[in-house]
Design a protein around this ligand. Structure first.
Ligand SMILES: [Zn+2]
Length: 402
């Protein structure tokens, strides 16, 4: 068993170090796991993703925490020999990003405790954003922005961040923000006069390094409030994306970014009114068309007008509107079909005083067009893929009413 000395516990800004290789093993096909006597690489854990970097020339793609056994560095390429002295380099921009999100999380979580006695129960650092699950019952915009304001005040006060190693007994005497499940020696992170919590992650040396903390969104989830936040360089990247989105929306209206919401609201109101007017016109058109179709159809022996028609490319709504306009007149049966490149659509309907079971007729018609459908005795709908049989299906239905 080998134990790796974890250099990142004492210095989260150390990016270059020398170490001795204590073990090499095959981790996956073509990938080797390398154990060192000491490392500055942070392994995946505690809601924080792995560091990446290099060991001599070889790329470190992931670091795995094997607890007591140490930190396993997963390499792409040739591994070093056991007992070799190597130089490790941690990718600093990725580490800095993790430092900003992680320290930002401590600050935001403590701000929510300070203002609303709302503790954080979970933390996840994702690709672009981070999430915390908070016991905050009433997540209004005002309350969340109040916490964001306090968090940023602490960032800009540039308070020192300190690391302590204490025993479990000593920890019990400290006003820690959360309990630790760990036994034995405990690592405690202090943000001066603000937050004290046990944590094994990498943190800023001073809060100013976090730069900025912003909450993007929140929702109620599993009885808690899930907050999406970004800190540091991520906040700048997120601002750029949000700004670009707002500018693109505003450009459609030749308006300024800040005027975009009012412009969109006006457009939606116009759209609603236009939709209402189009509906009215469609219904009027359907009535006129129905009158013409009815007038062109001679009544049969029962005095019933059976309007049997197929259309090209007519959508289901339009077909149904026409059927309803037809059967608004007494003693009328509508047997209508429409086809586009892929599908045949059918609607059979009759006025209350006309004869025939539309459901039965529809089932027979759908067999012909190789599809499915049905409904009630006075109205049924269906469709199928055999477009070539559409006209035949409607003629057959008309014949069976004779
Ligand atoms: Zn932490």
């Amino acid at each position: 068993m080998s134990t790796t000395e974890r250099l990142y516990y004492q210095d989260s800004h150390l990016t270059e170090f020398t170490a001795r290789v204590t073990r090499v093993e095959e981790f996956a096909p073509g990938r080797f796991g390398v154990m060192l006597d000491r490392t500055a690489f942070y392994p995946t854990g505690g809601g924080q993703p792995t560091d990446t970097g290099t060991l001599d020339g070889a790329r470190v793609v992931e670091c795995v925490d094997q607890e007591e056994a140490g930190v396993l560095h997963v390499l792409e390429g040739e591994p070093p020999a056991v007992d070799a002295e190597i130089v490790g380099r941690v990718d600093w921009l990725r580490r800095l990003d993790h430092i900003q999100q992680h320290t930002g999380q401590h600050i935001l979580s403590q701000a929510l405790v300070t203002l609303f006695a709302a503790p954080t129960r979970a933390f996840r650092m994702l690709e672009r954003i981070s999430e915390i699950d908070v016991e905050l019952n009433d997540p209004t915009r005002e309350r969340i922005e109040q916490a964001v304001d306090l968090a940023n005040r602490v960032v800009w006060e540039d308070r020192p961040v300190r690391i302590y190693h204490v025993t479990t007994d000593e920890a019990a005497q400290l006003p820690l923000r959360r309990d630790s499940a760990r036994e034995g020696s405990l690592r405690v992170i202090e943000i001066e006069n603000f937050d004290l919590s046990p944590c094994g992650g990498t943190h800023a040396q001073r809060t100013g390094e976090v730069g900025l903390i912003a909450v993007r969104a929140w929702e109620r989830a599993k009885g808690m409030t899930r907050l999406e936040f970004v800190a540091g360089a991520r906040a700048l990247a997120d601002y750029r994306r949000a700004n670009e989105t707002a500018r693109q929306v505003a450009a459609h209206f030749s308006a300024g970014r800040d005027d975009a919401p009012a412009s969109v609201a006006r457009l939606l109101a116009d759209h609603k009114e236009l939709t209402r007017r189009v509906r009215e016109l469609e219904e009027t058109t359907a009535r006129v068309e129905a009158d013409e179709l009815r007038a062109a159809t001679a009544p049969d022996a029962h005095g019933t007008r059976i309007v049997a028609r197929t259309f090209a490319g007519r959508d289901a709504d339009s077909l149904k509107r026409l059927a309803l306009a037809l059967i608004a007149q007494p003693n009328t049966i509508a047997l209508l079909g429409s086809s586009d490149a892929d599908n045949a659509r059918l609607i059979f309907a009759r006025s209350a005083d006309a004869r025939g079971d539309m459901n039965t007729l529809m089932r027979a018609a759908c067999t012909l067009v190789a599809g499915r459908g049905g409904g009630r005795a006075d109205m049924a709908q269906g469709g199928g893929r055999n477009i070539a049989q559409l006209a035949n299906a409607i003629e057959t239905a008309a014949r069976s009413l004779a």
